[in-house]
Design a binder for this molecule. Structure first.
Ligand code: URA
Length: 248
């Protein structure tokens, strides 16, 4: 028998990342032995305690699954369905395990998204200290000028923080690449808006060393053992590959 903190136990059971599990606990959705518990540090044991989320009893730790998806536009990164909107997890209807996305892409952003049931893994990747570079290809409605590139590379205020891209490069007339580390909501769109560029398409093509490659839109595949390990020992030097960007 081993006592674990409730938030950690839920993350290991594949409910969500540890941080998201804390929110679920704070909001009163979790019961231990039939009693609502709002303290993530509460010690629990799968053999001794019955733990439920939204009244569904959780079975314990699960086999860990890791996928990369090429997200199509129009799908929300959400574990719950608002109204009858499409969510990314609809694309995993053939999987029986409870999965969730690692971080979020906006509804109309496409490209590389990691989907897992490993809350510790997700937590490590989305934590600000992970320092992982995310690379995007951005199509805009105008011709990109030197002035645009200068403003883009200055970054923008996103929430309470100034986000400065680690790399910006024009690819062709109305397309640029941008690399950011922060992982803040709408960050690329906000940076482009400050440069007065109107985005028509935004696609993530890389997270750390993990490259989207030729995976067709709407499809997913398991991460290889090597790809999973690359996040454990993430040095975050972009591998020389066709889709990765070099440092400025
Ligand atoms: N930045 C954005 O603005 N949107 C995304 O979906 C991802 C990064």
């Amino acid at each position: 028998m081993e006592d674990k903190r409730l938030s950690k136990a839920l993350a290991a059971a594949g409910i969500a990342s540890r941080r998201a599990c804390e929110e679920i606990i704070f909001s009163g959705r979790v019961k231990v032995n039939g009693i609502v518990v709002r303290i993530p540090q509460t010690l629990v044991d799968w053999q001794r305690d019955q733990i439920s989320v939204d009244e569904a009893v959780i079975g314990g730790e699960q086999k860990k699954l890791y996928f990369m998806l090429n997200k199509p536009p129009g799908y929300l990164c959400s574990n719950v369905r608002p109204g009858n909107k499409r969510i990314v997890l609809d694309l995993f209807s053939d999987q029986s395990e409870r999965l969730f996305t690692v971080g979020r892409l906006d509804r109309d952003t496409t490209g590389l998204l990691i989907v897992t049931n490993d809350g510790h893994f997700a937590n490590r990747l989305i934590h600000p200290s992970s320092n992982i570079t995310k690379e995007y290809v951005v199509k805009v409605c105008q011709e990109i000028t030197g002035e645009h590139l200068e403003t883009l590379s200055q970054g923008a205020r996103v929430d309470d923080k100034w986000v400065r891209p680690v790399f910006v490069q024009k690819v062709r007339r109305g397309t640029f690449k941008i690399c950011v580390k922060e992982g803040k909501k709408h960050e690329v769109r906000i940076i482009a808006e400050r440069a007065q560029l109107k985005i028509s398409e935004l696609t993530r093509i890389r997270i750390g060393n993990l490259i989207l490659g030729s995976l067709p839109e709407g499809e997913y595949r398991p991460l290889t053992a090597r790809e999973q390990e690359s996040f454990l020992s993430q040095s975050d030097q972009p591998r020389p590959a066709r889709q990765s960007c070099s440092k400025p």
